[in-house]
Each structure stands twice: as structure tokens, then as C-alpha cells.
Design a protein around this ligand. Structure first.
Ligand SMILES: [Zn+2]
Length: 193
């Protein structure tokens, strides 16, 4: 009998990972649930099924995007009551050219949400890490020593691509220097490469 491997994985006390081509992270903070990235729409059934095992998506008030590529925003509409946040630079790039910012015209068209810059009072520290995209960010959750790295850097120290329409390859070295200052117990990348 083949037993399917669960796409859910506990990272730390408050952080759960849900694999959906790209990774979705669910963080149960004291006051609220924050979701980082929304996964690839091709994995929608899996996301719907497994998200419901750990949270009620209707109770999610904030979704934070590391960047706006299609495989990180694809299931945004599973969170009917959430505010959506990305960096100001990423929002600007999206408003200028949706197809270039998402790499997928179908998703770009569906992605009709109001994007806000990150709130100043978040328990997550926002680290600007341009390179993979102009407005890519990483998140630092100090309480549990978790660094969320999006597509900037992957598990095996592999770097994200910097040859995409909104990439800024010249900024990548500085972004990596910023990340090197952290000493995380857990690194949570956007993909398990
Ligand atoms: Zn990406």
C-alpha cells in the first residue's frame, strides 16, 4: 500500500509548513494567524484540504507575500477575510506590469485584491531582499528563530533566479549579506530545492 506523504510539516511551536509547489507557512501568533505566501493554484485542492486541517481560512486576517510570482499568490482567494501585504516596491512593480510581476497572465487577472504595504506593528521583521524580484522580502520571526526566505535563498544555499522580468541581480549580494546577519534555527524557503 502506498501511503501519501502529508504536505503538512511542523517547523516550530507556532509555524506549520504546507507544501503547494511553493511553500505556504502558517504562523499562529498570540493575537492572530499570519499566512506567508499562498502557493501555486495548480495545488489548490491540496491546499484547501490540508489548510482546513489546521486552521479555518476565514479566520486569517493577514497574508504576507514574499513576492508576487504566480506560484506564491495562486490561492489568495482561499482567505476571504484577509488583508494582503507585500513590499511597496513589489506592489509598484505589480501595478506597472502585472504579467511581468506574476509571470502568469491568468493568475495576474484573477489576482484582484487590494495590496497593502506591510504593517509596522508586525511580530515578523520584514527584511528587504531585492534580487529575485525588485520587491522580494524575507521575514524574521525572532521568538522561534525562524527565517522565511521566499525565493531569495533555498535550503541547500541555492539562490533564486535573478534573470526574470523584475529581477535585480545587482542587488542580490547585498541582500545575502543582510541575511547572513541572522542565525536562524529554522530556514523556511519558498521551495524545497
Ligand atoms: Zn519567485
Amino acid at each position: 500500500m502506498i501511503r501519501a506523504i502529508s504536505p503538512l510539516q511542523n517547523i516550530s511551536a507556532s509555524v506549520t509548513k504546507l507544501r503547494a509547489n511553493s511553500n505556504i507557512y502558517i504562523i499562529k501568533l498570540n493575537s492572530e494567524i499570519v499566512v506567508i505566501d499562498a502557493g501555486d493554484r495548480s495545488e489548490r485542492n491540496v491546499v484547501e484540504q490540508f489548510l482546513g486541517k489546521i486552521i479555518d481560512p476565514a479566520q486569517v486576517k493577514k497574508v504576507f507575500f514574499t513576492h508576487l510570482h504566480y506560484d506564491h499568490i495562486g490561492n489568495f482567494d482561499l482567505f476571504p477575510n484577509a488583508e494582503f501585504h507585500a513590499s511597496a516596491v513589489e506592489i509598484d512593480a505589480f501595478n506597472k506590469n502585472k504579467d511581468a510581476a506574476t509571470l502568469n497572465p491568468d493568475i495576474a487577472e484573477k489576482f484582484a485584491v487590494h495590496l497593502n504595504p506591510f504593517p509596522a506593528d508586525s511580530e515578523l521583521e520584514i527584511i528587504d531582499t531585492p534580487g529575485h524580484t525588485a520587491g522580494s522580502v524575507c521575514f524574521w520571526y525572532e521568538k522561534e528563530s525562524v527565517l522565511f526566505t521566499g525565493d531569495t535563498i533555498f535550503r541547500k544555499k541555492l539562490l533564486g533566479r535573478t534573470d526574470l522580468p523584475t529581477s535585480m541581480p545587482e542587488k542580490m549580494p547585498e541582500s545575502l549579506m543582510k541575511l547572513a546577519k541572522y542565525n536562524p534555527r529554522h530556514i523556511c524557503p519558498g521551495h524545497d530545492y
